[in-house]
Design a protein around this ligand. Structure first.
Ligand code: HEC
Ligand code: HEC
Length: 290
């Protein structure tokens, strides 16, 4: 934390302990003029001093707090004399957890993919891993959303099969589709978008699409192929199947062309052990299997 917050915490913590100690001392004895019981509205009030055992407990708890704040990190950036940190604690808990489940993962990862598919334990673990690591982007049911591919259908932008999925998990995927506004101009964008719609058999302005076809042959075939079928090596999607990552209506396609798209799937190789990666990849594969 910044040094302003550091001092804010220290002053706030020690200040309130001091204030409590003062309050205690100030009220320890029955001070004042009128020590005799007095009556008010039929209720008799006594001015009795605080019991000593209670004062003692209070003093002890203040002393304990001070000791705690010396031993453990609690005062701003002061680390405490014990060397305890919550990060070490989490790391230790994680290590204990990993050690406990390691035999199970090793046992399951020894199975082949078909065996994993019919193993209930493997499927449950795969699903758990998917929810923890993948569902924020791909959804709990893996059906994806705008910009995030559906993993339950037969459309694979980066290639189908176990190995492609495993590679996606380990190394991540970075799609690069440049912006085309400088090359095509707004009119060229509209014409090319019309042509792209024609590829998947959607309603389009056929004159515009004809002009768009020429742009497509010049600028797009390198990645999307002469028929617009895409290229899994580059992650350029098939434009003919009417499955869209960024929407297939004219405006959305034009937006994609105008601004480009750079979908990124982060690499998980450092986060997931090979055993977990295998369970996960098998689980994802099973989602689209008939
Ligand atoms: C350098 C390779 C490359 C070139 C050249 C290229 N694209 Fe792409 N295109 C991609 C990639 C990669 C994606 C996927 C982007 C992503 O996943 O974020 C993509 C995505 C798209 C999409 C979105 C598809 C969807 O499912 O939403 C459309 C539409 C598209 N390209 C059309 C074109 C057109 C038209 C041209 C020519 C003007 C073109 N592309 C040129 C690589 C390319
Ligand atoms: C931060 C968001 C994010 C997370 C987390 C994430 N993904 Fe992805 N994933 C993406 C994006 C975006 C793409 C598409 C990249 C592109 O535009 O081509 C993708 C693509 C993929 C693909 C390729 C799909 C295809 O059609 O070829 C697979 C497989 C995949 N992800 C699996 C996973 C798995 C398994 C996990 C959990 C370990 C995961 N993803 C976690 C964002 C994410």
């Amino acid at each position: 934390m910044t040094s302003a917050w550091h001092w804010f915490v220290i002053v706030g913590t020690l200040g309130s302990l001091a204030a409590m100690a003062w309050l205690l001392m100030a009220n320890r004895k029955a001070v004042g003029k009128d020590k005799a019981p007095h009556e008010w509205d039929g209720i008799t009030e006594l001015d009795t001093p605080l019991p000593m055992w209670w004062v003692g407990m209070f003093v002890l708890s203040i002393v304990f707090s001070l000791g705690y704040l010396v031993y453990y990190p609690g005062l701003g950036n002061f680390e405490g004399t014990s060397g305890w940190t919550s990060m070490d604690r989490v790391a230790a808990d994680n290590a204990a957890h990993e050690a406990r489940f390691a035999p199970l993962y090793t046992e399951l990862a020894a199975l082949d993919v078909a065996e994993l598919h019919s193993n209930r334990r493997a499927t449950q673990l795969g699903r758990r891993l998917f929810i923890n690591h993948c569902s924020t982007c791909h959804g709990v049911g893996a059906q994806g959303g705008f910009g995030f591919p559906n993993l339950t259908d037969d459309e694979w932008i980066w290639g189908e099969g176990y190995t492609a999925i495993e590679t996606a998990i380990k190394q991540g995927r970075q799609a690069v589709m440049p912006t085309w506004l400088p090359a095509l101009g707004e009119e060229g964008i509209q014409e090319t978008a019309a042509y792209v719609r024609s590829l998947s058999g959607q309603a389009h302005d056929s004159e515009a699409a004809q002009r768009g076809s020429a742009h497509f042959q010049t600028f797009c075939v390198a990645c999307h192929g002469p028929e617009g079928k895409g290229n899994p090596l580059l992650g350029s999607p098939d434009l003919t199947n009417n499955i869209w990552l960024y929407g297939g209506d004219l405006n959305q396609i034009a937006f994609t062309l105008r601004h480009g798209r750079n979908g990124n799937m982060p690499a998980h190789g450092d986060l997931l052990s090979p055993e977990k990666t295998k369970l996960l990849a098998a689980y994802v594969l099973s989602l689209s299997a008939p």
